[in-house]
Design a protein around this ligand. Structure first.
Ligand code: GTP
Length: 778
């Protein structure tokens, strides 16, 4: 345990200026800061780690807000949706711009709950760096690992802030070890927590030691505005620990950075304490930008300790957009890859990464400009929807407040008002950029995970239907992980989402934000369907539409792919994969004259169009299983013997034939239901482990895969009760309903868990029958 006596006489105090008004940052900001002085930063972490509390402090110290927002009082700037304030959680990634030390910070506070992982994914891809907030008591929690991996995918340089060190059980050393062990990242300890040692306040967090500058940082006003940085003298009780930490920091940097080795020998005579702070900071910046290491800071956002140095570290260690690799785009329908270097005097290339609906302004599209300059009133072209759009107004966001700006430059994030059709994930270029329009330039799309739950949306009356429909359109445009469709049997409108909380929020927003008169039915699991045997069907399509006769015939064979043969196993034999299914379209006979009887197809449909029509039919066949109409997965389908007659046989007729043939083949192949299987990672104290394992493997029908303790040899025995055990299990989603409250009662509120869909498993005939009966209301 690090401790120090703060009341030491004769120390040299450096007073740091905290004039709030000088940091106020609104209208002039967008002009005053160049790209190298921009930081597009996300705050990512497990639920409740303190992301919003930390962000609120940042805004206060930067002068954006005049009072400290409090999660527990429901008055934060960042969590401004009613649903967020009521629940005390972040749902929407709020974006805010503010100034700090002559830099512009575009900050996005992301949600920590597993149901909103998509929201994190959307933000992470446009960020240049991230701050990971860790709960210093719980350490590296399960969802932190998930968001860390998301950030890994985009090679985002990161900082870690070990928060909540004011709480009993706060363990800085253990959390740093977990960064190494669980996140496989190299921690660079740049600060140490410092605790009171006197009788009345023993163990309370007093200050932070900066081991780079060798200073004690103390906060001297209740709101954390005033703070002092005092040189750490040799007689201070924490001096020796600070020397050890600085030595370790320089040694670690020397393993990764040659420049610091030169400074160490040439300027510091091989003495770790003589290495200038500025050289250490430069080395930290280099290894952080190269993703070789993660600087670690500490404090307590709630107690207003450590937030200003964290802001300094964002400026000092995280990248500007110019430090990041060029963005990757594709042209010619994703066949060719292209680099988009960040340049202002280049053709515009921007990505819409988020859409929200503002009742007054209409749709607000958040964009990151990767190249060029987006000017107000520009006529844009959306290469994803292939439509023209006009950017009526450009805004800079200060959470829910806004400032109108004339342009968004390359590397910056802003909001466009006036786009009618743009959705999350779309690429925007200038409408007069003929090359980009012609080649269909696209910045990579975001993978949307399969939805796990769905529910019926029931307007109170027929007259309420249009308003509900409009609200659903807004919601799905904002959030691509929501899907709305109509059940063919019941005619009900259904909506699916990532989890129970996700759909609960949709219901809340329909009623409270969009003022719709509607109910949401019971939440149900989004099953998948497959087959257990082989099936074969030849479908004859023969229809007269407006006096024209269209005829086609196609054969489909289907078999189960429960063994999950991969595309790699089959690719060389002409198989392709989509939505977890394998398919092969035998195009051989299309070129054969005798199959184009009566001259059909000749001059009407090209081979490409025929292939596309068959593909569309297959996808429509895959969308609806034969048991309850859930999408198909893990089937292997082959399409052959396509024949069609007469020029009246359109692509639509071919697609319909294929889709019907899939359905017929499936019906004869012993169709069955599959249920979503979850990988559940639960973290509990030692005392609760027995109940939690018994619950997972008994009542919840799970299969426990591993149990691992976060205990290590160097642990602090004082914190033994806080040692966590991590249980990994595979559990059917249907057994995980209400697990949050179940785990809370089993662990007295101390357990936490995260889960994700890992696939779909067979569920046994009895359970399948019960599900079918329930769904059909039998
Ligand atoms: N003791 C203590 N409590 C804290 C600290 N930081 C945050 N909290 C409390 O922890 C709880 C969660 O804080 P949030 O800031 O909402 O956490 P979050 O990570 O934004 O949570 P989500 O947005 O829901 O993922 C609140 O009750 C905060 O008051 C801290 O440094 N010390």
């Amino acid at each position: 345990m690090i401790s120090c006596l703060l009341a030491r006489p004769g120390r040299s105090v450096v007073k740091i200026s905290h004039d709030v008004s000088s940091m106020r940052f609104y209208a002039s900001a967008s002009k005053a800061f160049s790209t190298p002085k921009t930081r597009n930063i996300g705050i990512i972490a497990h639920i409740d780690a303190g992301k919003t509390t930390t962000t609120e402090r940042m805004l206060y110290y930067a002068g954006v807000t005049k009072r400290l927002g409090d999660i527990d009082d429901g008055d934060t700037v960042m969590d401004y949706l009613k649903a967020e304030r009521e629940r005390g959680i972040t749902i929407n990634s709020a974006a805010i711009t503010f100034g700090w030390k002559d830099h512009r910070l575009n900050l996005i506070d992301t949600p920590g709950h597993v149901d909103f992982t998509m929201e994190v994914e959307r933000s992470v891809r446009v960020l240049d760096g991230a701050v990971t907030i860790l709960d210093g008591v719980a350490g590296v929690e399960a969802q932190t690992e998930t968001v860390w991996r998301q950030a890994d995918r985009y090679s985002l340089p990161r900082l870690a802030f070990v928060n909540k060190l004011d709480r009993t059980g706060g363990a800085f050393g253990r959390t740093v070890q977990e960064i190494w062990k669980k996140l496989q990242a190299r921690p660079l300890v740049t600060q140490l927590p410092c605790y009171y040692d006197d009788a009345t306040r023993k163990g309370c967090l007093a200050a932070v030691i900066d081991v780079v500058d060798m200073k004690v940082l103390e906060w001297t006003s209740d709101d954390g505005h005033s703070w002092t940085a005092t040189a750490l003298t040799k007689d201070a009780p924490t001096y020796d620990e600070a020397v050890l930490a600085r030595t370790a920091l320089v040694e670690t940097l020397a393993e990764m950075d040659e420049a610091i080795v030169d400074v160490f020998f040439d300027q510091a005579d091989g003495d770790h304490m003589q290495v200038p702070a500025v050289a250490i900071k430069d080395a930290i910046r280099r290894v952080t930008l190269d993703n070789k290491a993660v600087p670690v800071l500490c404090g307590s956002a709630f107690k207003n300790i450590g937030v200003q140095p964290l802001l300094d570290a964002i400026v000092d260690y995280l990248p500007s957009p110019l430090d990041r690799p060029a963005a990757l785009a594709t042209i010619n329908d994703q066949r060719t890859q292209l680099m988009i270097p960040l340049k202002e005097n280049a053709s515009l290339c921007a990505l819409a990464f988020k859409v929200t609906h503002d009742p007054r302004r209409g749709p607000m599209v958040y964009v990151k400009v990767y190249a060029g300059k987006l000017a107000q009133r520009a006529t844009l072209f959306n290469t994803t929807t292939r439509s023209k759009e006009r950017a009526n107004k450009l805004l800079q966001m200060y959470a829910k407040d806004v400032e109108e700006i004339p342009a968004i430059e390359a590397g910056n994030i802003g909001v466009i008002v006036g786009l009618k059709h743009t959705r999350t994930g779309d690429t925007l270029v200038m409408a007069n950029d003929r090359q980009a329009v012609k080649t269909n330039l696209q910045l990579g799309h975001i993978d949307i995970p399969s939805p796990a739950f769905f529910a019926a949306i029931e307007p109170h009356s027929v007259s309420d239907e249009p308003a509900v429909e409009e609200a659903l359109q807004h919601l799905t445009r904002e959030d691509p992980s929501l899907k709305v469709w109509t059940d063919e049997d019941s005619g009900q409108r259904l909506i699916s989402g990532m989890g129970e909380l996700h759909l609960e929020i949709v219901k809340d927003r329909l009623i409270n934000d969009f003022k719709c008169k509607a109910d949401m039915g019971k939440m149900r699991i989004s099953y998948r369907e497959s087959c257990q045997a082989d099936g074969l069907a030849t479908y004859q399509y023969d229809k007269e539409i407006l006096g024209k006769r269209a005829r086609a015939s196609v054969t489909v064979s289907i078999s189960s792919n429960l063994d999950q043969e991969t595309l790699d196993d089959n690719e060389d034999k002409g198989w392709a994969s989509e939505s977890g299914n394998l398919f092969k379209i035998d195009l051989g006979q299309f070129g054969n004259e005798e199959n184009h009887q009566d001259g059909a197809g000749e001059g009407c449909l090209s081979t490409d169009e025929i292939y596309q029509a068959v593909h569309t039919g297959l996808m429509s066949g895959f969308a609806r299983g034969a048991v309850l109409g859930f999408p198909l997965t893990r089937v292997k389908v082959r399409v052959s013997n396509l024949e069609f007659y007469g020029p009246e046989t359109t692509a639509g007729a071919i697609s319909a034939s294929v889709s019907h043939a899939v359905h017929q083949a499936l019906s004869s192949a012993s169709p069955n239901l599959l249920e979503p299987m979850m990988e559940v990672v639960t973290e509990v104290h030692e005392a609760d482990i027995g109940h939690v394992v018994a619950d997972l493997s008994g009542t919840r029908r799970g299969h426990v895969l591993s149990m691992e303790s976060t205990l290590d040899e160097n642990r602090d025995l004082d914190n033994a009760t806080e040692v966590q055990h991590r249980i990994k299990a595979h559990v059917p989603l249907s057994s995980m309903l209400g697990y949050s409250s179940g785990l809370r009662s089993l662990t007295g509120g101390s357990g936490s868990f995260s889960m994700r869909v890992i696939g779909y498993g067979e569920m046994g005939k009895d359970r399948e029958r019960a599900v079918v009966n329930e769904m059909k209301g039998w």
